[in-house]
Design a binder for this molecule. Structure first.
Ligand code: ASP
Length: 347
């Protein structure tokens, strides 16, 4: 009898230790990853010194780390995207939040959006003048509003009713963006962010002017398998008539669907709106059964190029694959994965 009981107890122990060796559900879900961009454009190595490259890379790195910390603890892709974009918005190097470009009337008007792949919930805000971090307001819209897209004074009233303070627009003022506006006004042009270096050799002057896009964005996959995309911008220098680009438009500058991918774009907004770039990538995966790489490559390298479209995108799928593609000479960008691997590049 004692012998039978001992054998039984041993069998139980063996079974228990076998179970421990099986991957648990939580371990299965451990994959997470994120990618960020700080705009695409005519960015050439010969125009940036090593120190200047480092300045960009440092901010991109901080944004990646902020998102990574949240994902690592099992936090949501939504929170990771907002944390990463908040850091990029707070840097004067990028055309979003502080450092946003001026419109024709010398005012900063900011746009942002965020979309969650789990339930296709989204929040978007446009033409904000007094909101420090537009991506945070977009998140509130996503979480709490019966609407998806709020603009201008109404969006700011909504922000106040949700405890978000309005700030003095002076916060957004930076000399280099102001000079960029004066140049654009002189030439009667609507300019994209960043450009070939102008007469001044300062880094911020190198960010000003035509054919560079300083919009910021982030895509992330969390441990629960949810993908999220977010984008934030000041739009185009010298824009007028209430012009709004692709960044706050769900399907154009931002899109996410757990069945396919999450995408954030940067570039000449009009091109991205015409092609519904972010949604088109998702649709090619859903209906054309393409993988992330071939969907992104077709939309950016074939379709966008075919209309002379300028810009690019970052995209992630539920397996943590990350693709970044652009039709310009560079795009400030970086990615980080749950295994600790990381890459930050410009050209
Ligand atoms: N896509 C933005 C817009 O057209 C600009 C940018 O990417 O910098 O408003």
């Amino acid at each position: 009898m004692i012998r039978t009981l001992t054998i039984f107890a041993l069998l139980l122990l063996i079974m228990e230790s076998c179970e421990k060796n099986l991957p648990t559900e939580r371990e299965d879900k451990k994959i997470f990853a994120l990618a960020v961009h700080g705009g695409a454009g005519n960015i050439k190595k010969l125009n940036l010194t090593e120190t200047e490259e480092e300045q960009f890379k440092t901010v991109i790195d901080s944004a990646l780390q902020a998102g990574y910390l949240i994902l690592e603890k099992g936090g949501s892709a939504k929170d990771a995207v907002v944390a990463a974009i908040t850091i990029l918005e707070d840097s004067p190097l990028f055309n979003a939040g502080r450092g946003a470009v001026f419109n024709h009337d010398g005012i900063n008007e900011l746009d942002a959006s965020i979309m969650e792949g789990k339930n296709l919930e989204a929040g978007a805000v446009a033409s904000l003048r007094h909101i420090k971090n537009p991506i945070q307001l977009a998140l509130v819209v996503l979480n709490d509003s019966k609407y998806i897209f709020l603009s201008s004074d109404g969006a700011e009233k909504y922000a106040q009713s949700n405890g978000i303070e309005l700030i003095d627009p002076k916060y957004f003022f930076t000399d280099h963006r102001w000079n960029q506006l004066q140049e654009a006004r002189k030439n009667n042009e609507m300019k994209l962010d960043h450009s070939e270096p102008s007469n001044s050799s300062s880094l911020l002057n190198k960010l000003s002017g035509e054919d560079k896009f300083g919009t910021v964005g982030c895509v992330a996959l969390d441990q629960d398998g949810n993908v999220v995309a977010g984008t934030s911008t000041g739009g185009l220098t010298n824009k007028d008539f209430g012009r709004i680009g692709d960044s706050p438009i769900i399907g154009a500058g931002t899109y996410a669907n757990n069945k396919t991918c999450a995408v954030s774009c940067t570039g000449r907004g009009e091109d991205f709106i015409r092609l519904s770039v972010a949604h088109e990538i998702s649709a090619q995966m859903m209906h054309g059964k393409k993988n992330l790489k071939s969907a992104v490559e077709d939309v950016i390298q074939n379709q966008l190029k075919s209309i002379d479209g300028r810009g690019g995108c970052i995209a992630i799928d539920k397996s943590g694959n990350i693709i970044m593609s652009f039709t310009t000479t560079g795009m400030y960008r970086g990615w980080m994965r749950s295994n600790g691997s990381k890459e930050i590049s410009i050209y």
